[in-house]
Write a protein that binds this ligand. Structure first.
Ligand code: ADP
Length: 485
């Protein structure tokens, strides 16, 4: 049994990877794109049957590549918060899946009573926002007659993507604690569904999957005539945390993709901080790791804007050469508030701005300012975690497309004043699912995961704290101008 399959059911594609346990690396991968539909402004839907069909396809591809008899198990990681409503008898979805990005329940969330908003924050660690699952479930009950009819017959089921896939593969209706912690119905302390919040949203507990530790064996699936365990499931950001071997308080990871996600483990107790989410970072090896999470909507998308709308770049990688060709931005600051500002500001009316432009400002200065803004955004999150949650980031591991940019990673280390550690294997999410599966099957332990991580490069911070603190203070002044009251 040499291999583990990591299934990564993401928002834009479903991928499966074969992980070689002895060689500690991926040896094969398969991918299928997933279609999103946008039936109204702000709405985002997917077809859960397509998600399942493509997941089965990529998993089969991997099993065939290495031979079913060599596969120890399958670990699952997935886009979080998305809701699939389906019929318990057939497993068929009853309506389109509502994707995490969908804003259709924004007004309903804003109108929730203050007391419920407070309970949501205190018990689930989330804000009353359209991103999370519960308002999507309620919307389905109120607007999809087929779902309401199944609910009356006791056959309706609501799953996040992990729960739906595991149900289709194994027949068991279960989820893991990290996915459950994104629904707005899950009590962070007891690791159980919160009866009062379920009643408030009109959701019977029988509609919901049974929450299990992330490293539970969820069931088995028959593939190429062999029963293979599905062992371990986790939301994508949490899987990346494990994939980066961030196992202890203070050991954070940042993903530099279209947006920026910073997760900071806080230990065995949940920590709450205004403007940030509290989430289950993972329940494995017999313990619960909580985390603070901050997200910034626009990071790499600023680079795409420079390339596609301004025509300043041929490709994203060219941003590094241009940024290095000038000593600094010449006083230019960029605030990436294209669609408002996320954590820690939460200002939806803010819009992006470039400040400090002079007659001498060149394309290179602007490109550099856009890259620097990504690093300042991460410092915003880290400061918020420290000031409002008392949680200090002591080490930062990086992944995501833009972590390939050496200038950005060095500037990040300088602005944060801590070292930034880049791994050799950048597929942290899939790696996390593979590690989790190995944990579930007793094939590894956290200490070995810690030792398995291979660093590609460490970016040490500059000693000149004053200089970088000064730049950050100027960035904060630019943010103040972008924010609309
Ligand atoms: P996502 O998973 O959000 O689609 P990825 O992790 O694939 O994103 O990263 C893609 C993003 O990273 C794009 O926004 C792109 O502009 C940015 N990016 C990719 N390479 C670089 C680079 N060398 N320098 C700066 N940004 C980059």
């Amino acid at each position: 049994m040499k291999y583990i399959i990591a299934l990564d059911a993401g928002t834009t594609s479903i991928r499966a990877f074969c992980y070689d346990l002895a060689a500690k690396r991926f040896v094969h991968r398969a991918q299928q794109e997933v279609e999103s539909r946008f039936p109204h402004p702000g709405w985002v839907e997917q077809d859960a049957a397509e998600i399942y069909f493509k997941a089965a396809y990529v998993v089969n591809d991997c099993v065939r590549a290495v031979g079913a008899e060599n596969v120890a198990g399958i670990g699952v990681t997935n886009q979080r918060e998305t809701v699939v409503a389906f019929d318990a008898e057939t497993g068929e979805p009853v309506c389109p899946a509502i994707v995490w990005q969908c804003r259709r329940t924004s007004a309903a969330c804003a109108a929730l009573p203050e007391e419920i908003k407070r309970k949501i924050k205190a018990r689930t660690g989330l804000f009353a926002d359209a991103y999370f699952s519960a308002p999507k479930m309620r919307w389905i009950l109120e607007n999809e007659p087929a779902a309401a009819a199944l609910a009356r017959k006791g056959r309706l089921r609501f799953g996040t993507v992990d729960a739906y896939l595991i149900y289709r593969f194994t027949g068991n209706f279960v989820t893991d604690h990290t996915n459950a912690s994104r629904t707005m119905l899950f009590d962070l302390e007891t690791l159980q569904w919160d009866g009062e919040l379920c009643r408030f949203f009109g959701i019977e507990e029988e509609f919901l999957p049974r929450p299990l530790p992330s490293d539970a064996v969820m069931g088995t699936v028959k593939l190429l005539s062999r029963e293979i365990p599905i062992a371990g499931a986790m939301g994508d950001q949490q899987a990346a945390l494990l994939g980066q071997a961030c196992l202890n308080a203070g050991d954070g990871k940042a993903t530099y993709g279209t947006g920026l996600f910073l997760l900071l483990p806080t230990g065995s107790r949940p920590v709450f901080a205004d403007g940030l989410l509290t989430t289950v970072g993972g329940t494995y090896a017999g313990r619960t790791l909580y985390a603070l999470e901050g997200s910034v909507f626009h990071a790499g998308s600023g680079i795409q804007w420079l390339r596609d709308e301004l025509g300043f770049l041929e490709n994203a990688a060219e941003s590094e050469r241009l940024a290095r060709s000038v000593a600094d931005t010449g006083g230019v600051f960029f605030v990436p508030a294209f669609t408002g500002l996320g954590a820690p500001y939460w200002n939806s009316e803010a819009r992006a701005l470039l400040s400090g432009i002079t007659r001498g400002t060149r394309r290179e200065h602007i490109v550099r300012a856009v890259l620097e803004s990504i690093a300042y955004s991460a410092r915003d999150l880290a400061e918020c975690m420290a000031e409002r949650g008392g949680a200090r980031l002591t080490a930062l591991k990086c992944d995501g497309g833009a972590c390939a940019n050496d200038f950005l990673m060095q500037f990040q280390a300088d602005v944060l004043g801590i070292a930034v550690d880049r791994p050799a294997e950048r597929e942290s999410t899939a790696l996390g699912a593979a590690y989790l599966c190995a944990l579930a099957l007793g094939l590894t332990d956290p200490a070995e995961i810690g030792r398995s991580r291979v660093r590609e490069r460490l970016f040490e911070p500059s000693e000149n704290r004053e200089y970088y603190d000064g730049l950050y203070a100027q960035y904060r002044r630019a943010v103040a101008r972008a924010v609309k009251e």
